[in-house]
Design a protein around this ligand. Structure first.
Ligand code: GAP
Length: 454
């Protein structure tokens, strides 16, 4: 019942609208009517994306001694994609409606309609199913005569495989070890609804872990455990996550076993990231197509030679950002000045992820409070991402920061002039504490370290 309602449901419309209103995500080329499948990350969006990326990078490299990083080019030799199987197999089954001219992914059409070749939108006749390759093609060089064919990479994984020997040799890596990379990937997706969930241009955070054949199942289980624990550290609501094991018909052409971590988005449980046992498929294929020996030589075991197996953890950075937006979003009823139907929208980001960590707000612009607030901000900005806001009533300024997900608001008032103390408002509890300005930075650091979402 509305009168007793304390929270409201999150919908994709609400997330999209807040993302635009507060500068997280904008539609690409909006003034030209928008470009399907592409999105732009605004001032708060890029901060959030960078923080998620850093959190993942720290988790995978700094906290795992045996993983190193790589940042390789998007453009690769086209043979890469023949070897990887993408030229042949990276396809979606498509059908077109002869009447309304819409295009559909055949695997998303209800079975009975597909069997009758009936359009799910207008009832018109559908064409036969045909394979549609998802890779974007372009050409390199001055003449477009087909000889300079090149692809935009559809996954970051392959750049790691083709560099694996370089890294073993230059960094003296010993199996088991991993290589991590974050970067753009491109897919000519036909269905791009649900905001930034599935786009044509997106970013991946992938880690490929090289193991001895026979150790693959052990490390597959290990990495499933590690990836689950990552989301606990990220402060996500764990009851919204679940595992999905790929059935035989779902497995990618390279995989022996695969599990997705799914998140309960507003449109239901959907894939967030995957853990795949890719066996020695990729390295063997690159060995065959390049003619180079990609065996690992185990110097600690009598120079035993083998092509390593690979366990892959493959996450979408932009998809994780959407998950974080959905997970953080809350509409809460707040008893404010006797108004029983007062609500606030608050983004409960983990403080390590919040685009702004501290907002500094002078109670008044006059009497030297603004100058004092600027001084305090200047001190804090060496340690934290800060914002400064002096316009409007203080309550409205708190609400603006709640929507941006700022965990701490520091208010400068007349007592600050008298005794050097400020108030720190906690975003989640809305409680305020007085702290001396000289202890502010350490106080906030401590709050971040001990943060638990209520
Ligand atoms: N290297 C293996 C690989 O790319 P995938 O399941 O195709 O596996 C991995 O993709 C992750 O990349 C997905 O779980 C998802 O988070 C993200 N992803 C894939 N396609 C995407 C798209 N079109 N838009 C946004 N994210 C996507």
């Amino acid at each position: 019942m509305a009168a007793q309602e304390q929270t409201r449901d999150v919908t994709m419309e609400k997330i999209t609208s807040l993302a635009k209103r507060r500068g997280f995500v904008f539609q690409s080329s909006e003034i030209y009517g928008g470009q399907a499948g592409a999105w732009d990350y605004g001032p708060l969006g890029i901060e959030l994306k960078n923080r998620i990326q850093r959190f993942w990078w720290k988790e995978m490299t700094q906290l795992h001694d045996d993983i190193v990083g790589l940042d390789a080019a998007i453009l690769m030799h086209p043979r890469t994609w023949e070897a990887s199987g993408h030229v042949e197999n990276f396809t979606d089954p498509l059908v077109d409606c002869k009447k309304c001219k819409q295009r559909f992914r055949a695997d998303l059409i209800p079975e009975d309609k597909l069997a009758k070749k009936e359009c799910p939108e207008c009832g018109g006749e559908l064409t036969d199913t045909r394979k549609f390759n998802l890779m974007f093609k372009t050409h390199i060089g001055p003449v477009d005569d087909g000889t300079g064919l090149i692809y935009l990479r559809p996954e970051t994984a392959q750049v790691i495989y083709v560099n694996y020997k370089n890294i073993v040799q230059s960094n003296r890596m010993k199996i088991p070890f991993g290589i991590a990379q974050v970067g753009k990937a491109f897919r000519n997706e036909i269905v791009t609804k649900n905001f930034i969930f599935r786009t044509c241009e997106f970013e991946q955070m992938e880690m490929q872990y090289f193991v001895k054949p026979g150790d693959d199942e052990k490390f597959f289980d290990y990495w499933r455990g590690q990836r689950w624990a990552y989301f606990e550290k990220l402060g996500v609501r764990m009851d919204k996550l679940r595992w999905h094991q790929h059935g035989k018909d779902e497995l990618a052409h390279y995989a022996k076993d695969a599990y997705d971590i799914e998140y309960e988005f507003p449109m239901g449980f959907k894939e967030l990231e995957g853990v795949h046992n890719r066996t020695d498929f990729d390295l063997k294929r690159h060995q065959e197509y390049s003619g180079k020996d990609l065996q690992y030589i185990d110097q600690d075991n009598g120079n035993e030679r083998y092509v390593p197996y690979i366990i892959e953890t493959s996450a979408g950075l932009t998809r994780q950002l959407l998950m974080i937006l959905c997970d953080a979003y809350e509409e809460e009823k707040v008893a404010d000045k006797g108004n029983d139907d007062d609500w606030r929208t608050v983004m409960k980001f983990h403080p390590e992820l919040a685009p702004i960590t501290v907002a500094v707000l002078p109670l008044m612009k006059k009497d030297g409070l603004a100058e004092l607030a600027q001084e305090i901000r200047s001190e804090l900005k060496h340690d934290y991402a800060t914002d400064y806001d002096q316009s409007g009533a203080i309550g409205r300024r708190y609400r603006r920061q709640d929507e941006a997900g700022t965990p701490y608001c520091v208010t400068i008032d007349y007592d600050t002039k008298e005794n050097g103390t400020v108030t720190v408002r906690d975003r989640d509890s809305m409680e305020q504490e007085r702290v001396h300005k000289d202890e502010l930075s350490a106080y906030i650091r401590n709050k971040i370290r001990n943060y638990k979402r209520s």
